[in-house]
Design a binder for this molecule. Sequence first.
Ligand code: ADP
Length: 493
Amino acid sequence: MYIVLLAAECAPVAKAGGLADVIHGLGRALQATGAEVEILLPDYDGLKREWIEHYRLIRDDLTLQLAGEPLRCHVSAGRVDGLNCFFLNPRSEQHFFQRGRLYGEPDDALRFAIYCRAALEYLHQSGRWPDILHCNDWHTGLVPVLLYEDYEARGATQTRVCYSLHNLGYQGWVEPELLGALELNTERLMTPDRLRESPHGARANLMKGGIVFSNVVTTVSPRYAWEVLHTDQGRGLQDTLASKAGRFLGVRNGIDTDTWNPRCDPSITAPFDADHPSAKAVNTAALRQRLGLCQRTSPVLAIVSRLDRQKGVELMRHAIRFSLTLGAQCVLLGSAMESAIQQDFEQLRTELAANPNVHLTLGYDETLAHQIYAGADLMLVPSLYEPCGLTQLIAMRYGAVPVVRRVGGLADTVFDAHFCHRPAEQRNGFVFDGATLEELEFALERAIGLWFQHREAFQALSLNGMRMDFSWREPARRYLKIYDEIAPRGTLK
Ligand code: ADP
């Protein structure tokens, strides 16, 4: 089976968050089953080139039409952790992918629309269409639209599309002129059952287009699939998703257990695993030393997160102050896009600067993230909504016990130490329901209290988490089954 993954991110070369981990981890897991996997990415100036083997220009003559004008596109190829990747670079004075960051530009919609067109044009001109195009998030929503409206008539008759929604908070609402610029039929597409955002709305919704035109739609956990169909988490797309009937389902994300492996992680001080957990304490001491925390007998509560409203930033700030009063030490590694949020955390950092039990790092740091997972006793994920969440899965692999809100994928993967019907060996964390300070405090009191008062019971939770299988093995098997179900009979090998 020939599968092409399309996304705006792929770890470790272009990562802003969990989407990057998913594309890398799923790609590797699919490839391990014998499938032929390729990944098509924008050729960002910020690509971590040190992770790309044999990076080379393979085409300099790919030409697209944008608003009636030809746009030349370079295509480079290389291998990233054993995966064949292609990097698309539209050549223009607008320097679409030379902006120093992946997203957050005023013309993001145009940038990723061009990426979609370039990806399909590249596949078309290479003369070999994949069995499956697996598209991800709003950035790639136009791929199935273009495939159906344009490339099917030009020979792409056997290719099927699986479209995965990683976050319905970002749907890609755009002016309909964008469709015309890509030579799509705006009039035909701007109907409420196709791309029009709503019956009375004027904009096009790229994610909606992706959902309507794909053969199957997935999201990243069963609980989030339910939430987007039955609560306001659907953010206007409930009916569109409901209309997919049996062709919309939740498949929990996995983590790449080679990338995230405390037994042989080059970023951490001492290797450990569920059979040899005692070395975790060495990593905790090293973390304290790196961040200037005092060495003492107390749990380390950590947060590793984008600092976005979705992630519960107010709850995070309260949790830090409150956990300090309970005798814990606190470590935060967070990157903010919104300046107001950045300022709030800078202020908290200044307030706590003299406290030797807390350290806030504002920015993105992959190595420090690994060291925090390895050293932390507790990992807080207080999200307002969370499609899947990888931090709690990575935390568990490194023996850090998660404290999470019961939403989305957090509800599917974290089972409370005290309030849960599951057998003791399946309990792995602390869960609270409401996004309130009271409920957060109660969960933190239970977690930090257990660490101080019943260390063995706490250790058992940590080991339970480490022993759980959150790898990509099972989710990749499910995706293969989904691909197989949408394939034209007899085409997949
Ligand atoms: P999201 O994709 O919504 O940001 P996930 O939990 O799915 O959240 O994935 C987060 C990923 O990004 C994890 O691999 C986590 O370790 C990483 N991450 C988040 N913030 C940072 C940061 N500031 N520095 C380093 N890694 C980070």
